[in-house]
Design a protein around this ligand. Sequence first.
Ligand SMILES: Nc1ncnc2c1ncn2[C@@H]1O[C@H](COP(=O)(O)OP(=O)(O)O)[C@@H](O)[C@H]1O
Ligand SMILES: [Mg+2]
Length: 446
Amino acid sequence: MLVTIFFVKDSLVKSNVSEAQNSLLTFNTIVANQVAPFITNIDNEYTFKYVDELIKQNSLEYGSRTLILNNSNEVLVDSYNVLKGTHLNNVEIENAVNGLKTSNIYIFQKDYLLYAAVPIVDRDNIVGTIFMSIDANNIFDKINKFMDKLFIIFSMAIPVSIFISIWFADIISKPIEKLTVSVKTITLGKYDTKVEIQGSDEIGELGKAFNLMTTKLYQVEERRKKFVSNVSHELRTPMTSMKIVSDTLLSSPNWDEAIYREFMLDINTEIDRLNKIIDSLLYLVRVEKDELELNYSITYVNYLLEWVIKTLNPIAHKKQIKLTLTVNNKIQIHLDQEKMQQCLLNIIGNAVKYTPEEGSVTVELEETYDWIIIKVTDTGIGIPEKDLPFIFDRFYRVDEARARKTGGTGLGLAIAQQIIQLHQGTISVKSELGNGTEVSITLPKK
Ligand SMILES: Nc1ncnc2c1ncn2[C@@H]1O[C@H](COP(=O)(O)OP(=O)(O)O)[C@@H](O)[C@H]1O
Ligand SMILES: [Mg+2]
């Protein structure tokens, strides 16, 4: 605002003064032309009277003081009747003697005066100078009045803009303050913190993103807690049975060797079980960590399935389960062979494991334009509907007692799902209790 005031005033002064100067010079020139024919004859009493009268009338009308000087700067006519006969010199008069028209503004004790002088030319000869001065205070009065108004407007605008600024700052900073408080709450461990920020502007979006983040954080934290408690539980079960067995053995020195052997066998089995859990856990952790490091190679999925089936055949054979593979085409896609093998081993292994003797397990390989589909169908015990949503969870097993007998860890499907997701595929399960289960895997060809 100050800069505006400064520049407005400056340019107003410049333009108004130069306008006044131009108009004074024009008027001066007109009067000069009127008096020009009479100057050489000014000594004549009647001529002087005529010129004097003309000058006084014009000056009265214009509000100026007018002097006529001869070439030696002697005042011939003064509209104020004061300076007649004296010699006068200044820049403007000097310029006029040299044939130039000039006008300047002066300040005498706070009073502005405009000077202008033009040469009087009679038949191509400079015969004198006509000099005018005029009060220029009105120019500045006008400008000052205008500036005062501008100043009042600005003075009113300043509090208004301060008020608006504070208001806006408040609108912007309030939600940020809220966010800060929530971030601090989160650092204290309250992961389900939500902020209430309305609106669809950037800050509103930030609030939404923040809430989404805290939801995720909360879920991750819950999963972590559950995972830790599951791991502890899973590790403790074999430990407890080993403890019972060894306590029993230690309680008496007189056990038969046969009983020793039997109990040691139990301990050995539990150790194997522990090892299996730890191996699976480590594998799961590795698969989750490997997220961006899939070791892709172009692979025939049909051969991969043949290998898995060959590996599982002895177990299937022992249970007299018919394990068949149906492949229409050889299909090649990019995948991480080692991980996909593990994944298929877990899923087809489950089918064999959870199918009673003399049942059958069928593996089919199909393809669409974009996808390949692997379907594993068994005639096994099936999964109750209420358990279906959880079977991919770590350590989840449908029937704890039964599962323990079959020797699982509850990690097989979690690992399989992780691997499929890393390959941008999907896995789904349909099952009917007592009738069998169908697991479908889809993998993108590209
Ligand atoms: N083909 C299947 N038929 C019946 N139940 C199954 C099948 N596959 C998985 N399940 C159930 O899902 C649970 C989780 O499977 P998984 O993660 O492989 O663990 P596990 O080590 O017990 O096999 C199993 O304990 C079992 O109850
Ligand atoms: Mg399994």
